[in-house]
Every structure is written in structure tokens, then in C-alpha cells.
Design a protein around this ligand. Sequence first.
Ligand SMILES: *Cc1c(COP(=O)(O)O)cnc(C)c1O
Length: 222
Amino acid sequence: MTTSSDENLAAVRATIARAAKTAGRDPAAITLIAVSKTFAADRIRPVIAAGQRVFGENRVQEAKEKWPAPKAETPDLDLHLIGPLQSNKARDAVQLFDAIHTVDRDKIAAALAAEIARIGRKPQLFVQVNTGEEPQKAGIAPAEADQFIARCRDEHGLDIAGLMCLPPFDEAPGPHFALLAKIAARNGLKNLSMGMSADFEAAILLGATHIRVGSAIFGARG
Ligand SMILES: *Cc1c(COP(=O)(O)O)cnc(C)c1O
């Protein structure tokens, strides 16, 4: 049995409300990012029609092609970049996105700072932490996170809103979420981008302010 994306969205929202209640948190303090990567605009429109306004994409080029039309129809959409960023795409990213979750090295921080100054748009910025220290995965190592956050602020002049992580697929996510929360707390950062379709309830219990949910809303990616 398949359900439609607007029914899935309602179910995800109900789960968020339940998890927030369990955690003693205000559900309004949790931003649901509907991850629409690989889905075409005609699959996204029903979710916009159901009231969802925040969407996540993992590739600048895909977002640049896909989002101008839906954004023209619904101007109050919020677009979040959740995938790795190359410095030569920093200009497009600052132009297009309202938040960037994947700041993880000085070259990107410098490129973003330059484009923010040039364009005069200030997307919300998250530092990605590679909590599992996986060699193939983006993100700053946990041991280097404090210094990198300080350099983002002091050397690059960036406002860092929070931290993001993508735990290893084959491990329990809880310890990774807890580590991210700890690094954020000691650096005075309020926002935690953590939790996906399989584990967003656990992330909410551990303080997630931004959850990135794709397949639980849109169905399996092809
Ligand atoms: C694809 C993706 C998600 C969403 O994953 P689902 O399991 O489909 O919810 C979340 N975060 C990042 C960084 C992703 O690339």
C-alpha cells in the first residue's frame, strides 16, 4: 500500500508533535526540512500545497534547475542546502539557499564569506561535523570542531547558527546526536541539524532543532 506525500507529511508532523511532547519541547521549535532531492517539481507541489515551506536539496545544480518555478509560485519557501558544497558553487549557493548545512573547511568558509559580502544575502550557516570520523564523509572532525567554529567566526566573520551531522548508517545514531549537542553547547550554538526519516524521533529527544526528512515524506528515491 502506498500513501500520498501529503498523507506522509501529516504523519511525520504527528510524529514530531509526539516526540516533542515526550521531550517536553515545543514542536514549533523543530523545523521540518522536507528533503526533495531527486524528486521533480511536480512531486514537490502537493507537499507545498499541504503547507510545507522548508525544503532540502543536496546538490546546487539540481536545486538551481528545479526551484525557480516553485519559488515564483510560492515566494515564502525556504531552501536548505544539505549536501557537500564546492567552493566554485558558493556564489550559486548564497544566491539560492536560505540555509547551508555543510560548512566544513576554511576554503568553503572563505568562499561563503566573500559571496555573502558581494551579494548581500546571508543564509543561515551550519558547520557539519563528521561525528563518526568516516574518511569518505564530509564534515570537520569532532576534535577540530571548536577551532574551526572559532575560525569561521573570527577569521571569516561568519555567523554560525548551529551544527549538522550525518551519523554512520550502520551505527545507533543516539551517541552521534549527543556528541553534536555537546559540541554545540560548549560553543554557544543553539541549532542542531540532525535526524532523518529513520531516526528523527531520537534526534528530537536529543535536542534537534532541524530535522531532514526525505523518504518518509516523498517515498523511496529511485
Ligand atoms: C538524503 C538526505 C537526508 C534525508 O534522508 P531520508 O533518509 O530520505 O530521510 C537527510 N540528510 C542528508 C544530508 C541527506 O543527504
